[in-house]
Design a protein around this ligand. Structure first.
Ligand code: ZN
Length: 284
């Protein structure tokens, strides 16, 4: 393992920042306790994991190949099978699906119509590598060590307002998972310090959170003008606790993508030609 000397180190009480095989990534200390049955990572650095060839801001073949090369490097570094990657298209929905097997045989399931309109995937099957991508949006990695079930979920502000984290817990329960056993890890994302919204978005969250006693912490008005700052991580933490997750099992990286945009991709910083980071998780 190469060291991070002379480089910024994002290690904190919940995560470790690793540099291996020329690629950087974060791992959660809590998930590393289960490294005999589980592997995971959140990519750090300039590498791009954008793969969408669809109508929304399509990428070209060179960029696609480069992203797949980066996936291969990351999978090799953490010991999972690149060919078993499954990634939903991510359309800011609250749809979560249980997957049992791959669709493609010898290559990753990426950009497949079967994963259209889907933002979260769950599995209890070994060796399926669940992937998601972000640039400011929240990504969650879920793990139930008792039932050995994992989930990988994309929750942008729309997903948070539609409570995709709650939908995930409901689906995991259909596989026999008990909420008190489920661990939820929160990847780097835009945090309240930078998630500044106008009145229309503020109102969506106000309606969602009006009965939460933490409302005044979740939404604060900017002194200068007609904008607000919203804490979408806190909203999810409250929702997950209400679903029965233990506070100590909701583990936050505590990292803002905008504050750390030198190492973490941020749509708000990179704008039109943004790159994406990835979170991957697999039972092994
Ligand atoms: Zn920030």
């Amino acid at each position: 393992m190469e060291n991070l000397e002379n480089k910024k180190d994002l290690t904190n009480e919940n995560i470790v920042h690793i540099c291996k095989n020329g690629i950087q990534y974060l791992q959660f200390r809590k998930l590393l306790e289960y490294k005999d049955i589980l592997t995971h990572a959140y990519s750090i650095g300039k590498e791009n994991f954008r793969t969408n060839k669809g109508k929304d801001k399509p990428i070209d073949d060179i960029e696609y190949k480069n992203s797949m090369y980066n996936y291969r490097k990351l999978c090799d570094a953490i010991g999972c099978n690149f060919n078993n990657l499954i990634k939903p298209i991510q359309r800011h929905t609250n749809q979560v699906k249980i997957v049992e097997k791959k669709i493609n045989k010898d290559k990753p399931d990426i950009n497949l119509i079967q994963y259209e309109d889907l933002d979260g995937i769950i599995t209890s099957k070994k060796d399926l590598v669940l992937a998601s991508t972000n640039a400011d949006c929240i990504l969650f990695l879920f793990f139930d060590p008792i039932k050995k079930v994992i989930a990988n979920v994309h929750s942008g502000w729309r997903g948070t307002s539609m409570q995709i984290s709650v939908e995930t817990i409901k689906k995991m329960k259909t596989l026999g998972c008990m909420p008190e056993n489920i661990i939820c890890c929160i990847m780097p994302s835009i945090r309240k310090c930078h998630f500044e919204v106008k009145e229309d978005v503020k109102n969506i969250f106000y309606n969602q959170c009006r009965n939460m006693k933490e409302l005044n912490e979740i939404i604060t008005k900017d002194d200068k003008g007609e904008t607000w700052f919203v804490d979408t991580v806190k909203i999810n933490q409250i929702l997950l606790k209400k679903e029965g997750l233990k506070e100590e099992n909701i583990i936050d990286s505590g990292i803002c993508s905008v504050c750390n945009s030198d190492l973490i991709h941020s749509y708000r910083v990179e704008k039109q030609n943004f790159s994406l980071a990835t979170a991957i998780i697999s039972l092994i």
